[in-house]
Structures are given as C-alpha cells and as structure tokens.
Design a protein around this ligand. Structure first.
Ligand SMILES: *Cc1c(COP(=O)(O)O)cnc(C)c1O
Length: 386
C-alpha cells in the first residue's frame, strides 16, 4: 500500500523506493554482472544475470510502470533502443502506421533497418482521424504516434486513435517523450505501450542517454521482457540510478519549463518577425482543445518560423545563452534547426510535404530566468534581420 495518491509524490517515492536491506532512501547502484546461486536452479532472490535483470534497473522499471500506470516497465540504453525493442514485436509482412511528423530517428529505423526485414510503415496525418481510419489496411498491426509530434507540435487525439486501432486489432504505441507522464499518461487514454527517450525531460540534465517502455498488460510485458533480454540493449545500473534521481525532480522542473514556455510563446505570438508559431498551449491554436483534454498543459517545446526578412543561419549564430544543439528537455534552453539536424534523416520531399521547412526553428525552453531567455531570443532575432 502506498502512502500517496498523486503523481508529484509518486515521482519522489514510486517504484521500489529505497533499499530494504539497509534503509538507505536511495536504491543503490548494483554494479554487478552476475549473482551467486546456492545450487542448481537456486538463486537467492531471483537474480541471475544483469542483462536479464538488475535491482537498480528494476527500481527504475517499477517507477516508470507506476508513473505511466502500466503493468510493467523496461529500461533501455537509449530512446531508439526502446523503440527498436517495441518494433521487434512485429513480423515480416506486418505494417506500422506512423505520424507524419515523428522523430527523425524513428522514421530512419523503420525506413532503413526494419524495412530490410519486411516490416513496412505507412505515414499518416494522425491529427486527422479520417486519415487514421484510411491508413488501416489488414497488414497494419500497430500505430505509433507522438503527441505533440516532433517538430511541428501537432496534436493527435490519443483516445480516439486508440479506439480506431483497437477496432482493427492493432496496438497503439505512443512516444510520450515531449510530455512525460507528469503531463500526459497515454496508457490511461487507451494506448497499449508508452515509450520514452528518457534522455530528454526524464533525465533532464543533458548528461545521459536512456529509453523507457511502459506496457498496459502482463502479456505485452512478457513479450517485451523476452525481447529486452534476447536483444540486450539494456540500461546500465549507474545510468538507471541517475535517472531515478532525475525523475524525483521532474514535477518541479516541468512546472518551470512550462511556465517559461508559455511566456515565450505568448511573446513570440505578438512578434512581428515571427511568420508561423507552433505551440499546443496557445488558446485558439490548432490542437488546443484536444491537448487540454488529454494533457495537463502544452509542454515546453515551441517551434516557429521567422519571416523572409530574417535569416535562420544568422539567428543561430547570434544566440548566446540559448545553445544551438540537438536534443531537448534539459534544464538549459536549446535551439535546433530540424531540417538539417533532428529531421535530416527524412527525405526533403517528405519534410516539405509535412511542413518541416528550412526556416523552422525548434526551441526547448529551459528553466533559466525567463527574462534572460527572452532577451537572448530577442537579440538573436534582431541579429537575424537581413
Ligand atoms: C530523442 C528522441 C528519440 C530518440 O531517443 P534517443 O534517446 O536519442 O535514442 C525518440 N523520440 C523522440 C520524440 C525524441 O525526441
């Protein structure tokens, strides 16, 4: 029986809190590859080999399962290792529907790796439920969505998509990296699997790579555990420890990230240099109603385009406090150029088709003082004027 009901407390106390052997309030780093057994088939506490299971990783896995309200959780070496493990559920001849703007690496692993083994993919505008319905051919065994999606922050109605998928006997997989379970819990909306690049907000300090999976049913848990052990891209115990430590402050970090992002988005909206602005927390913006229904708020990622008088190259060069870098979700503010960075793996025709233009700038709003972030963005916009 836990002594709390709310997610802010679960972030601090959830999973296998502490160490039952010593009372230590933190789960120790069990830096071991193997475990002594007392006789053939007689382990001391069920542990055999650390690819199969490790107590530090298990504490993290129990934590993500609890936060996402799933039956089990799994920790991997990176977000893509987690996505690869989930894609290993499928077979040659199967097909997966993906959102038209997903993380470039998710597109690449399907297009360049899994396609070789006969797993195909179909791209659909998952914000359009009729398009989702049409994408379901008999081969489709799953739909993999991001909401809000990367980098245009397009919002997909997770509950509605999960209902369509269920009717077609397919799984709903949600990459919940941009929201985290603090802002959105896909399994409670009907999804079967939530995946995370924990490298981002869950890790939160730009100092580790990790991936997490939470599944709704014990049956899916057995299959993912089999794949995790068989393929082996597990998260080491030291990184599992760091991630548990990071997740304890997720709530306070996200509150500041989001408050800063709401301020920056409101100011960009009124700025004469901004041609298009994408932020799902803007009232009256596309996707706002669905976002309000399924998530706590609009998160802390913002994308925008400058008008033609401004040069994106000059904008990035003029930035001072805000770093030009891949990745997102760390305490520091980052800006990136999706067309040549995070989404370069997507062919230009597809990028243009979905609106990932050469002028698009993606911001991961950090937890610094919002006035410092704004002053840096304003002076960089000024410096970008042609
Ligand atoms: C970064 C990212 C990934 C890939 O995760 P890695 O930890 O870099 O392997 C997957 N999905 C989304 C939405 C991401 O932002």
């Amino acid at each position: 029986m836990s002594h709390y009901k709310r997610i802010e407390s679960a972030l601090v106390h959830g999973g296998l809190y502490g160490d039952p052997h010593t009372g230590a309030v933190n789960t120790p780093i069990y830096q071991t590859s193997t475990y002594e057994q007392d006789g053939l088939g007689k382990t001391r506490a069920g542990w055999e080999y650390s690819r199969t299971g490790n107590p530090t990783r298990a504490a993290l896995e129990a934590l993500i399962a609890e936060l996402e309200q799933g039956s089990h959780g799994f920790a991997f070496a990176s977000g893509l290792a987690a996505i690869a493990a989930v894609l290993h559920l499928f077979q040659s001849g199967d097909s997966v529907v993906i959102s038209s703007n997903v993380y470039g690496g998710t597109f690449r692993i399907l297009d360049k790796v899994f396609k070789q083994y006969g797993l195909s993919h179909v791209i659909a505008d998952t914000a359009d439920l009729d398009a989702v319905e049409r994408a379901f051919t008999p081969d489709v065994k799953a739909i993999l969505i991001e909401s809000p999606a990367n980098p245009l922050l397009t919002v997909t109605d997770i509950a509605a998509v999960a209902q369509i998928a269920k009717r077609h006997g397919a799984l709903t997989i949600v990459d919940n990296t941009f929201m985290t379970p603090y802002l959105q819990r896909p399994l409670t909306l009907g999804a079967d699997i939530a995946v995370h690049s924990a490298t981002k907000y869950l890790g939160g300090h730009s100092d580790l790579l990790a991936g997490l999976v939470a599944v709704k049913t014990p049956e899916l848990a057995d299959r993912i555990h089999f794949i995790q052990n068989a393929v082996g891209a597990i998260l080491p115990p030291s990184d599992a420890f760091l991630l548990i430590r990071s997740i304890k402050t997720l709530g306070v970090r996200m509150d500041r990230h989001v408050a800063n992002a709401e301020t920056i988005a409101a100011r960009l909206q009124g700025h004469g240099a901004v041609a298009r602005l994408f932020y799902p927390g803007l009232p009256r913006g596309p996707g706002y109603a669905v976002q309000q229904k399924q998530a706590r708020n609009g998160g802390a990622m913002i994308s925008f385009e400058l008008t033609e008088t401004y040069g994106v190259g000059r904008f990035f060069e003029a930035l001072g406090l805000v770093a030009l870098a891949e990745s997102l979700g760390g305490v520091e503010s980052l800006a990136c150029h999706p067309a040549t960075m995070t989404h370069a793996a997507i062919p230009k025709e597809i990028r243009d088709g979905v609106g990932i233009t050469e002028n698009l700038i993606r911001l991961s709003v950090g937890i610094e003082n919002v006035e410092d972030i704004w002053e840096d963005l304003s002076q960089a916009i000024e410096g970008a004027r042609g």
